[in-house]
Ligand binder design. Structure first.
Ligand code: KG4
Ligand code: ZN
Length: 327
């Protein structure tokens, strides 16, 4: 079964074709980051308009690169939420319309399920069951994954997502957008110092997170500091250490609580080098998708959709993206 996957929930237009026998046949990604950088964040209306411009050419390229014709496709998977409504509407409308005209099934995929299953695209794919740490710009979650579709949320952020905390703190320190990778790069230049940030909620039982206080701590420390490049790098270092250590403590707790031996890390913040290093020290095997599959992409949606379609899942031909949608 050859499935076209479409991702358009935020600021990346991603398309890919996944073959349930041969694996990934092709993929294309267009990032709108440079356009939104001018505004210091994603502008939803501009995002939708850019998806509209890019999506059809990317699909054509991806189909051609796979050596296929449109009529060779057996199914379509598109991100139906959560995300920006206008952006989601583009992928959902194109996906549904193609499915209708080609007379093939289409399936609505949950964006976080895509992230969750992205590590399965790798050669050393994890076996079920596992604990997944989903860390993106919109979500921070620990999920118990028993099988495809059998997900139990063990804990999540009560306020800012980790990626959001990285982005907001980066902005407060005057770094350019998108802040997360910039802050991580600056942290590499920093060193351990007397600056220590709290590790939110680690002393409380449970697996929930809270990251919104960290940006305030970072701002206060910066305001009171010598405001040199060196001080900024040390603050970035301390911020990253606090976040990474908090995530590591909770992942360790989730592994112990479930008794599972595998941890899967997914979502944009999964690209963070320090986080990867620290989680690799935990008991058990840790699976990270390659960096391109940590951030938004079409391959993870094609894959998740292919599993669902292959299992015979079908749904009514309606276009109803869900900006808010629990996993
Ligand atoms: O999964 P993703 O591409 O989009 C969402 O669904 O949110 O995640 C994007 C988030 C952004 O907040 C970005 O700053 C963060 O992931 N991010 C990072 C790194 N690379 C991306 N945060 C920390 N360190 C990184 N290296
Ligand atoms: Zn994402």
């Amino acid at each position: 079964m050859k499935v076209l996957g479409i991702e358009s929930s935020c600021d990346e237009t991603g398309v890919a074709i996944y073959d349930t026998e041969k694996g990934l046949l092709s993929e294309r990604l267009y990032s709108q980051v440079a356009m939104h950088a001018e505004y210091g964040g994603v502008v939803p209306e501009l995002a939708s308009r850019d998806h509209i411009r890019k999506i059809v050419p990317l699909i054509r390229e991806s189909v051609a690169e796979a050596g296929l014709k449109m009529s060779d496709l057996d199914g379509i998977a598109y991100t139906s939420g959560p995300g920006l409504i206008g952006a989601l509407m583009v992928g959902a409308s194109v996906g549904r319309t193609m499915a209708w005209s080609l007379d093939i099934p289409a399936v609505a995929v949950h964006h976080m399920e895509g992230h969750l299953l992205a590590p399965m695209l790798e050669d050393d794919a994890p076996e079920f069951p596992f604990v997944a740490l989903l860390v993106s710009g919109g979500h921070t979650m620990l999920v118990e994954v028993k099988a495809i579709g059998e997900y139990k949320i063990l804990g999540e952020s009560l306020d800012d997502a980790v990626g959001e905390a990285f982005d907001k703190t980066a902005k407060l320190l005057g770094l350019s957008y998108p802040g997360g990778p910039e802050l991580a790069a600056l942290a590499e230049k920093g060193k351990p110092s007397e600056i220590k940030f709290p590790k939110p909620m680690v002393n409380r039982p449970g697996l929930d997170f809270s990251f919104s206080g960290l940006k305030t701590s970072a701002l206060q420390t910066w305001t009171k500091s010598s405001q040199t490049d060196e001080a900024k790098a040390d603050i970035a270092y301390a911020f990253q250490e606090a976040v990474v250590e908090t995530l590591a403590i909770k992942c360790d707790r989730a592994l112990k609580q479930t008794g599972y031996k595998r941890l899967v890390v997914a979502g944009g913040v999964g690209a963070n080098k320090r986080l990867r290093e620290r989680l690799a020290e935990l008991q058990g095997t840790v699976f990270f998708p390659r960096q391109a599959y940590c951030t938004d992409n079409g391959a993870m949606i094609a894959y998740a959709g292919a599993l669902r379609l292959n299992a015979g899942e079908s749904e009514a031909a309606v276009i109803s993206p869900q900006p808010r949608w629990s996993l």
